[in-house]
Design a protein around this ligand. Structure first.
Ligand code: PRP
Ligand code: URA
Length: 208
C-alpha cells in the first residue's frame, strides 16, 4: 500500500462538499460521513489477507473466502466515531476498540482520557480512524499508544489531512500508511485545517 493514498472519486468529492459546507445540517453531515466511511474502508482494506473456505451454493460446492486476519477499527474519540458506522457497514466482522484523545485548546497538545482495546492487536490489521489529521499530534499519540499495546500492522484512515499532519505522522510512524479523502492547504493560527470543515466532532454530534 502507498504511504499516502488520496481517494479520488467524483462521489467522494460530492460528499466532501456537503461536509465542508457550513450550512449542512447534522443529518446530512452524518449521512455523508457514513457514506465516505464505506469508501475509505474499501480502499484501506484492499489488500486484506484472505483464507479460502468451502461454500455450498444451492448448485454445488465451490471456493469462498474469509478474512485471514482480524480487522480492528479504532476510532480516536470523539470525532473518529463519525466514520465507524460506514466502515463496519463495509466490514461487519471488524472488532471496534476505542482510544479517547482530545486536543488541548490552548496548547494543541493531545491528552489521553479513555481506552478500551480488543485482544490480539499484534496479529490484526488495525485501522486507526479520525476524520481530521491537523497537526498530527492526536494521531501520532494514538499510534504510539496502540503500538505499545501490541498493534503492528496499522493504517491511519482520515477524511481531510493537512500537509503538516501528514509530515508529522510520516516522521513519527513511517510504517503506517495514510488513507485520506483530501489533502488541504494548511493549518490556521488555531491549528484548524484550511479550508477544512471546522470542528468535525462538534458538527457530527450537533454540539456546535
Ligand atoms: C480533533 C480531531 C482529531 C484532532 C486533530 O479532535 O478529531 O482527533 O482534533 O487535531 P491534531 O491533528 O492537531 O491533533 P478534538 O481534539 O477536537 O476532539 P473531539 O474529537 O472530541 O472533538
Ligand atoms: N480538529 C477538527 O475537528 N478540525 C480541524 O480543522 C482541526 C482539528
Amino acid at each position: 500500500m502507498e504511504k499516502v493514498s488520496v481517494i479520488s472519486h467524483p462521489v467522494v468529492d460530492r460528499y466532501l462538499t456537503y461536509l465542508r459546507d457550513k450550512n449542512t445540517n447534522t443529518a446530512v453531515f452524518r449521512r455523508a460521513m457514513s457514506n465516505i466511511g464505506i469508501i475509505l474502508a474499501y480502499h484501506a482494506l484492499n489488500d486484506l489477507k484472505l483464507d479460502e473456505t468451502e461454500v455450498e451454493t444451492p448448485i454445488q460446492t465451490t471456493i469462498g473466502y474469509k478474512p485471514g486476519q482480524e480487522v480492528v477499527v479504532i476510532p480516536i474519540l470523539r470525532a473518529g466515531l463519525s466514520l465507524v458506522d460506514g466502515i463496519i457497514n463495509f466490514m461487519p466482522e471488524a472488532k471496534v476498540g476505542h482510544v479517547g484523545v482530545y486536543r488541548d485548546e490552548e496548547t494543541h497538545q493531545p491528552v489521553n482520557y479513555y481506552d478500551n482495546l480488543p485482544t490480539g492487536l499484534d496479529k490484526a490489521l488495525t485501522l486507526v480512524v479520525d476524520p481530521m489529521l491537523a497537526t498530527g499530534g492526536s494521531g501520532s499519540h494514538a499510534l504510539h499508544f496502540l503500538k505499545e499495546n501490541g498493534a503492528k500492522n496499522i493504517r491511519f484512515v482520515c477524511l481531510i489531512a493537512a500537509p503538516e499532519g501528514i509530515e508529522r505522522l510520516q516522521s513519527d510512524h513511517p510504517d503506517v500508511p495514510i488513507i485520506t479523502a483530501a489533502i488541504d492547504e494548511r493549518l490556521n493560527e488555531n491549528a484548524y485545517i484550511v479550508p477544512g470543515l471546522g470542528d468535525a466532532g462538534d458538527r457530527y454530534f450537533g454540539t456546535v
